[in-house]
Design a protein around this ligand. Structure first.
Ligand code: IMP
Length: 432
């Protein structure tokens, strides 16, 4: 069985959660490799909706999940999700990497105070936590939480961070008191978390060596990657497929396939360039039908037409051979559907998106129009399968496949697990 990376091709929110949940039927292990509770992975199973922020999407099926070393681990969110999922009858089987970066309450407060407004972050503390990880002298890992030296390490970290926390108005009183409060919280977390922590690298690599089906679940999307996205309007981790290697501790040679998840149109939440952005009636139509409001923040998402230059860039960076195309139902009812096939930048035609903010702001999309589709009830097509779909839908999918040079394995026509329609290409990655 293969090792597959599921990666977002756009600005996040592509429905990776639904795709991972679909593949999890056959998976032995699902591994989150980047980001933290800034993610909002929605899984709808048997009419029940699960909004997961930190947990791997495997938990809905009760499958084994891992939070890898590349994750920014917030104990408060993890324990809250754990309580919520358990109260809904889910059996949670998750391993948290000892190497994951520890995200503390002050990271969330710093995010709100500093980067939140300027970059439009989710205010989940992601940037400040990775900042401390990279600074090393102020970073703590999950392993530190379980070390007898934790009190000393936390003290040293606070010595360095005290001024920053005071300047941001987060620490106003006595630093010793603040320290003791954090220490008490850490004690609580340790007790509740001890059953979940361990050596993720051993478990993941052994699973691959034993030929198990391992799915690496990316959070956010390629265009939000700190190195390859629209910097500085990006997240602080590596959502790209390569992030699975660094974030989970596996060799690039261990990955068999990369599945790119994309919406049938484009959305973006937060600031940053967006060449195919729409406003007015069509934007409202897509936003309302697609429920395009942030899972983590509730903010209305910006919406736009499909952007092929961006998808080609993404396919190249990630080595995408297969696609999961979601939310085709949302575009239903439009007479014509536009797709940006290239950009014009300074009079030149550009086919692969340059990820630089200045270039993207100048980019004028060159559109092609395709025939729209009008379907009110998708159930007959779900029953009839891929071949029964309206020609216009199949044309739209084939057009994308040709332009991006990748094969669709799944299409999504609704949020429910049942509304995912496999194509014959699915067999190329899963021996069904
Ligand atoms: P941060 O990851 O909270 O630092 O936010 C940085 C940027 O990434 C902001 O524009 C966020 O809206 C965006 N972002 C972070 N996580 C997600 C996600 O899971 N889906 C979509 N956008 C995200």
């Amino acid at each position: 069985m293969p090792a597959v990376v599921v990666v977002g091709m756009q600005f996040g929110d592509e429905s990776k959660g639904a795709v991972v949940d679909y593949l999890a039927e056959w998976a032995d292990l699902v591994v989150r490799y980047n980001g933290g509770s800034n993610a909002g992975h929605t899984v709808v199973a048997n009419g029940e909706k699960y909004k997961l922020h930190l947990m791997p999407s495997s938990v809905v099926r009760g499958k084994r999940g891992v939070l890898g070393a590349g994750v920014a681990f917030d104990p408060e969110v993890f324990l809250e999700e754990l309580r919520d999922l358990k109260s809904r009858g889910r059996n949670i089987d998750v391993l948290v990497s000892l190497k994951a970066a520890l995200l503390l309450p002050y990271h969330k407060e710093l995010d709100s105070a500093i980067s939140g407004g300027r970059l439009g972050t989710t205010k989940r503390g992601i940037g400040p936590a990775y900042q401390d990880k990279m600074a090393r002298v102020t970073g703590l890992k999950v392993a530190d939480l379980f070390s007898p030296r934790f009190p000393q390490r936390l003290k040293e970290v606070l010595e360095i961070k005290e001024n920053e926390l005071r300047n941001a108005g987060i620490l106003t009183g006595d630093v010793e008191e603040y320290y003791l409060k954090l220490l008490a919280k850490a004690e609580e977390w340790r007790n509740s978390l001890s059953a979940f922590i361990g050596d993720d690298h051993l478990e993941v690599n052994e699973a691959i060596a034993e030929g198990k089906f391992v799915v690496f679940e990316g959070a956010q999307g390629t265009m939000l990657d700190v190195d390859h996205g629209t910097y500085p309007f990006v997240t602080s981790s590596n959502p790209v497929a390569g992030g699975a290697c660094t974030g989970a501790g596996v060799s690039p040679l261990a990955i068999d396939f990369v599945v790119g998840v994309m919406k049938a149109y484009t959305t973006r939440v937060g600031k940053g360039p967006f060449p195919t952005e729409l406003s007015g009636d069509i934007a409202d139509y897509i936003r309302d039908r697609g429920g395009e409001y942030g899972t983590t923040t509730g903010r209305p998402r910006r919406v736009g037409w499909l952007d092929l230059p961006m998808l080609r860039y993404s396919a190249m960076i990630n080595g995408i051979g297969y696609l999961a195309i979601r939310k085709l139902d949302v575009l239903s009812g439009l007479d014509r559907v536009k797709v940006a096939v290239a950009y014009e930048i300074d009079g030149e035609e550009v086919r692969i998106a340059p990820p630089y903010v200045d270039e993207l702001e100048k980019a004028k999309p060159i559109y092609e129009e395709l025939e729209g589709w009008k379907v009110n009830d998708w159930n007959e097509f779900v029953k009839g399968g891929w071949s029964s779909l309206p020609e216009e839908v199949k044309n739209y999918v084939s057009f994308i496949e040709r332009e991006v040079e990748a094969k669709a394995i799944l299409i999504g026509v609704g949020p429910d697990r049942e509304m995912t329609i496999p194509t014959p290409h699915l067999r190329e990655i899963i021996p069904l």
